[in-house]
Design a protein around this ligand. Structure first.
Ligand code: 5AD
Length: 388
């Protein structure tokens, strides 16, 4: 009888590449099944059957960058640019608190201006402070008094996903109350990164940003897209090693989905235009879930998100991913009227939904697969709290 706990395996790049090749090119379904079930066992070991919510508000689509794949890149025509007023985002934050989301993720395009920094500092401070005061009031405490030392988690954990900024700005936002930061590396291969981004964007600068965030004390998340034109299985194996080596606290991976009118969609057409697109996207969905499983097995106790893009390919995509190593869901809370303007890729789901619909829909999806929502909890990543 083997009573060893589900082991975290420090697989090297050759081993990971081998697993990806066997399952992707050689169709080894027994190996794939073993991969998924071990990933779920490792997830169970660290989280039981708990799934955490991170409500996300896409508060602005203004962006100075020109990422070749993205539907809100600077040079994308026909996009109505918006920035949601602070008061309106704070109202969403209060809704998120009342609906026990635990965490609020504030995401936008990149805009490294003093005005945006001031906006962000005020927004972060207000979300942090006002949800804390709500929580204190509900517990019968004086909301203006300092929180008691044994109060535990009060209000919402505030997370940011607003791109590359100077280290001082990251520090100021931390001081304002932000504790988590998501910055996808997009690909761990600098050459592939260079092929998908304009010359002005630098892979090394992005890595420096991740290091600054770690140094300041943020819980740091990163991630990649799967199925980018020119990406190899070895690149993907390198992505898993990248997460491991930086000890990513949060990981988010989604399939690359074409967005018409972008340069990378044209690259994709010239490479894959002749294949059955539906079948290809299904294969990329499966590959993304194998990547989620590998991330779980290799990195261990990071929070791994079942991303929205999975659902763009497979209606049950997010639930499937929750059984293949993921433990986090991000209900979209962006007010409905802005959603159509935050279309990073074709077929982005939930574009006409309200926050309440997204919450109810995801509640049902979680209960359907026999997992349990841990509502109202921050769910800080175990590998941040007690590094292994
Ligand atoms: N397909 C899938 N994901 C995309 N993203 C941007 N454009 C696309 C696309 N066409 C992802 C990037 C970015 C995140 C916010 O959205 O990885 O970091």
């Amino acid at each position: 009888l083997n009573l060893q706990p589900a082991a975290v395996l420090d697989l090297d790049i050759d081993q990971i590449t081998g697993i990806l090749e066997e399952t992707t090119n050689k169709g080894d379904s027994a190996l794939e099944k073993a991969l998924f079930s071990h990933a779920d066992a490792v997830t169970q070991r660290f989280f039981g059957d708990a799934v955490y919510y991170r409500g996300i508000v896409e508060f602005s689509n203004v962006c100075v960058n020109d990422c070749g794949y993205c539907g809100i890149r600077k040079h994308m025509g026909g996009v109505k640019r918006y920035t949601i007023p602070i008061d309106e985002v704070v109202e969403v934050a209060k809704w998120a608190f009342e609906n026990r989301m635990g965490t609020l993720m504030l995401q936008s395009g990149e805009l490294p201006t003093p005005q945006r920094l001031a906006y962000l500092k005020e927004l972060v401070a207000r979300v942090h402070q006002e949800t804390l005061e709500l929580d204190m009031t509900q517990r019968g405490l004086d909301p203006k008094a300092p929180p008691p030392a044994d109060a535990g988690e009060l209000g919402l954990r505030v997370a940011l996903s607003v791109g590359e900024l100077p280290e001082e700005h990251y520090q100021e936002l931390y001081d304002a109350g932000a504790r988590r930061y998501l910055l996808r590396i997009e690909s761990s291969n600098p050459e592939l990164y260079a092929a998908l981004h304009p010359d002005a964007m630098s892979w090394h600068r992005r890595v420096d940003c991740l290091n600054s965030l770690k140094k300041i004390g943020y819980m740091v998340g990163t991630g990649v897209m799967v199925g980018l034109p020119g990406q190899t299985l070895r690149d993907l194996a390198g992505d898993i090693r990248f997460f491991k080596e930086m000890n990513a606290n949060m990981i988010g991976m989604g399939p690359y989905i074409t967005e018409a009118g972008t340069p990378v969609a044209d690259m994709w057409e010239s490479m894959f235009g002749h294949v059955d697109k539906k079948a290809h996207m299904k294969a990329m969905f499966d590959l993304t879930t194998r990547m989620n499983s590998l991330a779980r097995i290799v990195v261990g106790s990071a929070n791994i998100s079942a991303t929205t893009a999975l659902q763009a390919i497979e209606p049950n995509g997010r639930e499937i991913a929750l059984r293949r190593g993921c433990n986090v869901l991000m209900p979209i809370l962006t007010p409905t009227k802005y959603r159509e303007h935050y279309q990073l890729y074709e077929g982005k789901p939930c574009i006409t939904d309200t926050a309440e619909e997204c919450r109810k829909c995801l509640n049902a999806r979680v209960s359907m697969i026999g997992k349990r929502l841990r509502q109202g909890a921050w769910g800080d990543p175990p590998n941040f709290l007690a590094p292994v």
